[in-house]
Design a binder for this molecule. Structure first.
Ligand SMILES: *Cc1c(COP(=O)(O)O)cnc(C)c1O
Length: 366
């Protein structure tokens, strides 16, 4: 039997050991690690909302009114109006009949996907999909077929031979590459073969679309997607996850999604902050923040705020990250299993919280 220390040494030898580094509170564009102040190019706080006064005030008010915890599942202890208000605004934003919120994005996937499909069914999953989508697909017991990243030909072949209820799962902006799925073409295929589509907008929420609802909103395709999923923890600056769909699918989730039923509801203050963030997305301030973010992206010739610099070897990616750190920038090295073996990389994320000057400094350093 191997010991944990032997496992840790094996990880370390492969350059795959991960360690926590303690930090201190700083403005969103900065990070304090290892005793130094660094410019932060690692967070998913794309609009800088995690430090926004409106979110802080809303959380404070909810704390005073409701206390720190929800104390039980919403099916046990009653369901606060606040959660319903959040879900109604989510549904309206996503142009669906209903939405359900969860404690985080991971719990959304783990609860929702096994409630939507089971043993008799088929999941078709993009190769580069996020870990929580893979775990949820496995947990569902459905036959799991993986298609090469954004490969429509292969997806169509799998659709032809799939059994039972068929659920295609993909992301709008991919978390480690920053590229998009061919959404219109995927919708065409899912309609042709009568399949369902779950689109994870984790990195596009707040970033794309006229009111920041994501790629589906940008392409005016919201009405053709069965399940729009996302997190409230990235651009929305709070914590939580959601799935927006028709009323009957959401009612089914309330009855079947185990991470919703068997888990204490998130703190009311978390829902209050998310609601405040969503309202900002719909405001002119939201438009301005998104415009600023897109100007930053344009400096990098990028359509998304996620910019990968693929290096290959784990050790080389780590040392590139270390060099940037010495120069005053925090740009994390991302390794297997977050990305495929041999594609270790620097992952730069941009935010409206960055100034133009900070963007220029990073460009010069790279
Ligand atoms: C971060 C992420 C999640 C998980 O969301 P959390 O709220 O952080 O748990 C789900 N899907 C994708 C694509 C993500 O990047």
């Amino acid at each position: 039997m191997t010991t944990p220390n032997e496992e840790l040494s094996a990880l370390s030898e492969k350059g795959l050991l991960r360690q926590l580094r303690s930090t201190r509170p700083r403005p969103s564009s900065q990070l304090y690690i290892g005793g130094t102040e660094l410019l932060n190019f690692s967070s998913n706080d794309y609009l800088g909302l995690s430090k926004h006064p409106a979110l802080i005030d809303a959380s404070r008010q909810a704390l005073s009114e409701f206390g720190t915890g929800s104390t039980a599942s919403r099916l046990i202890c009653g369901s606060l109006e606040l959660f319903h208000e959040l879900e109604e605004l989510l549904a309206e934003s996503k142009n669906t009949e209903a939405a359900l919120s969860f404690a985080n994005g991971y719990a959304t996937a783990l609860g929702a996907i096994p409630a939507l499909v089971g043993k008799e069914d088929t999941i078709l999953l993009d190769k580069l999909a996020h870990a929580c989508l893979i775990d949820a697909a496995r947990l569902s017991g459905a036959t799991l077929r993986i298609f090469p990243h954004n490969d429509l030909n292969k997806l169509e072949k799998l659709l032809i031979s799939s059994k039972g209820r068929t659920l295609i799962i993909t992301e709008s902006i991919f978390s480690m590459d920053g590229d998009r799925c061919p959404l219109a073409e995927i919708i065409e295929l899912k309609e042709k073969y009568g399949a369902l589509l779950l689109l994870d907008e984790a990195h596009a929420t707040g970033v794309l679309g006229p009111t920041g609802q994501g790629l589906a909103e940008e392409l005016q395709l919201q009405g053709q997607i069965d399940f729009q999923m996302g997190t409230l923890g990235k651009a929305l600056g709070s914590a939580g996850g959601y799935l927006a769909a028709s009323r009957s699918w959401i009612d089914l989730l309330i009855n079947k999604a185990r991470s919703f039923i068997y888990s204490t509801a998130p703190p009311p203050a978390q829902a209050a902050a998310s609601l405040a963030a969503l309202k900002i997305l719909h405001s002119t301030e939201g438009v301005e923040l998104r415009n600023k973010l897109h100007c930053h992206c344009a400096r990098f010739n990028s359509l998304s705020p996620i910019i990968p610099k693929i290096i290959g070897h784990n050790e080389q990616a780590l040392s590139a990250s270390e060099k940037l750190r010495e120069a005053g920038f925090y740009v994390p090295a991302i390794r297997y299993p977050s990305v495929p073996r041999g594609t270790a990389r620097l992952r730069i994320t941009l935010s409206a919280a960055h100034s133009e000057e900070q963007i220029d400094l990073l460009l010069a350093a790279l």
